[in-house]
Design a protein around this ligand. Structure first.
Ligand SMILES: NC(=O)c1ccc[n+]([C@@H]2O[C@H](COP(=O)([O-])OP(=O)(O)OC[C@H]3O[C@@H](n4cnc5c(N)ncnc54)[C@H](O)[C@@H]3O)[C@@H](O)[C@H]2O)c1
Ligand SMILES: O=c1ccn([C@@H]2O[C@H](COP(=O)(O)OP(=O)(O)O[C@H]3O[C@H](CO)[C@@H](O)[C@H](O)[C@H]3O)[C@@H](O)[C@H]2O)c(=O)[nH]1
Length: 329
């Protein structure tokens, strides 16, 4: 039987496909290539180009393959963009997931591992954030992800759909072989944007706000390596296969780094001065997001291996140096 990976041509999805294949899983990818890349998909995975909102397309994919479980990455995922285009986010994220779960129901597939996010919490009352913390999303993006989690809860009750919702903090880094990595056009994530400066593609990094209530005034985030995230998906699949109940887990490193600290670490990794300037705040950005991932470690047996942010930035730098313009397609 196969694992269906939606959004498997994207950044985190493509790394998870590599992890699943290395664990001996059979993998089917669906992706509309809106932000993903065909050449990011490992050749051992079966690929279908199409949109999860397309019922006939999903019926074909589920009809042609013996799908055991779904790992669901396909979504629109930019906090700032979602504030400007809320309806597009409700359409792709909420309606897209509704369409996917409908197909799972029609074909009797009852397990899903889902990409949720730290953005479901909004501005936290306490850090590190535990899964029991209140959820007050500050962006349509975080709001749609929370709505999807709630949809899964009701579907569990009604149809026995078992889900693991993984609330990732800030994904970063690249596969250590340097063959796949992050490539969004335009790029909006902090680390790849910083690395555009030593690549000669940008003159300086703009830091969004320096008047947040943090030690140096810039936003603090918890950066987690993409291969550690990838491995957590496989562990979540084992958890569901063992018949455990639906649940929610944070995935982060447990350490916060400010924007200024990330820039400083990147200067060390790249041996480049990387000029930085302060620009206005970006809407929807909470000041501090740091995860407690104790539950994922305790219950899923997750053991992240990339604990040092300089090493993580080093894996991203290795990818970007080899592929300064990203994937060929
Ligand atoms: N990058 C992060 O730091 C981060 C953090 C928390 C959660 N997430 C979540 O993880 C998931 C993957 O994020 P990413 O950074 O790899 O994003 P990405 O944009 O690189 O990957 C998303 C993939 O989904 C595909 N896709 C989008 N809408 C689709 C649709 N309607 N039908 C079929 N395919 C579709 C895109 O083409 C792309 O390949 C997303 O759900 C995102 O919300 C990401
Ligand atoms: O040019 C830039 C880009 C970003 N930032 C800041 O850097 C931090 C990180 O930003 P970014 O890399 O864009 O990630 P987030 O907005 O924190 O969101 C990511 O991390 C979230 C979980 O924390 C996920 O849900 C989202 O999908 C994912 O895009 C934020 O404080 C930004 O304001 C800058 O200062 N300058």
């Amino acid at each position: 039987m196969a694992i269906l990976v939606t959004g498997g041509a994207g950044y985190i999805g493509s790394h998870t496909v590599v992890e699943l294949l290395s664990q001996g899983e059979e993998v089917v990818v669906v992706d509309n290539l809106s932000t993903g890349h065909r050449s990011a998909v490992a050749t051992d995975a079966k690929f279908y180009e199409g949109d999860i909102r397309d019922r006939a397309f999903l019926d074909r994919v589920f009809g042609e393959n013996d799908i055991e479980a779904v790992i669901h990455f396909a979504a629109s995922s930019l906090v700032g963009e979602s504030v400007k285009q809320p309806l597009a986010y409700y359409d792709n994220n909420l309606f897209g997931t509704h369409s996917l779960v409908g197909a799972m129901e029609r074909f009797g597939v009852r397990r899903i591992v889902f990409s949720s996010t730290a953005a479901t919490y909004g501005e936290p009352e306490q850090v590190p954030i535990e899964e029991s913390a209140p959820t007050h999303p500050e962006s349509p993006y975080g709001e749609t992800k929370l709505a999807m989690e709630n949809m899964f809860r009701w579907c569990d009750r009604a149809y026995g759909l078992k889900f693991v919702s993984l609330r990732y903090f800030n994904a970063c880094g690249a596969h250590p072989d340097g063959l796949i990595g992050e490539d969004h056009k335009p790029e909006s994530h902090l680390i790849p944007i910083i690395l555009q400066v030593p690549l000669g593609q940008r003159e300086f990094i703009g830091m969004f706000g320096d008047d947040y209530p943090t030690d140096d005034g810039t936003c603090v985030r918890d950066y987690i390596h993409v291969m550690d995230l990838a491995n957590a998906h496989w562990l979540a699949l084992q958890y569901l296969r063992a018949g455990h109940p639906s649940d929610v887990f944070n995935l982060g490193n447990g350490t916060g780094f400010s924007v200024k600290q990330v820039v400083e670490l990147a200067r060390g990794v790249t041996d480049h001065p990387i000029p930085a300037a302060v620009s206005p705040r970006r809407a929807g950005d909470p000041a501090v997001l740091i995860a407690s991932s104790d539950k994922a470690k305790r219950v899923l047996g997750w053991k992240p291996i990339y604990n040092d942010l300089a090493t993580i930035i080093g894996t991203a730098w290795n990818w970007h140096k080899r592929h300064p313009d990203g994937y060929a397609d």
